[in-house]
Design a protein around this ligand. Sequence first.
Ligand code: AKG
Length: 209
Amino acid sequence: MTRHLQGSLFDQTDEVGLGPLDGLRRTHLGSGAWIDLLPGWLSGADALFERLAAEVPWRAERREMYERVVDVPRLLAFYGAGDPLPDPLLTEARDALSAHYAEELGEPFTTAGLCHYRDGRDSVAWHGDRIGRGARQDTMVAILSVGAPRDLLLRPAGGGGRTVRRPLGHGDLIVMGGSCQRTWEHCIPKSTRAAGPRISVQFRPQGVR
Ligand SMILES: O=C(O)CCC(=O)C(=O)O
């Protein structure tokens, strides 16, 4: 079933374009983890949502959990290093992020994982991206969100302590950096409020998952 996006009142343009990255604001979470935020980095985000929703070859996955095979509650697509991305705007976003963080990250963003949350029942559980460099060293994961906002939650690994909540959609950018994948974890919880569809695009360096 196709779910339609209720567009943002602040983003009525069909012209899709990225702003400068110099408005990024960093928040230190503790234990060497930080997040950079840039609300509305992308204008025309609702138009990009519609393009990606229609054109990406979305996969519904199933996973074994507690001895049962269950549906993964979101649609997925993955583009490895060298794979052409499904929209030129994503190539532009990845390259702009690679240039901006070149010195601090020391390597480019090369892969793009896409998640399509169809409504509030779709979600991703608490986790850190701990495959590859994220397991042992500082790294970065940059997420561009289009469509309706959903809360991204962050908490110290293993739970306890404070939870940080950031609603992300309509062209917002968040970059999780430093030790964030090792010492913190993140999730998109299910929502009982009416939640429109959202697509997140996660740019990662080679080997990080
Ligand atoms: O949708 C998001 O913003 C987060 C996605 C995520 O954490 C993941 O797929 O590993």
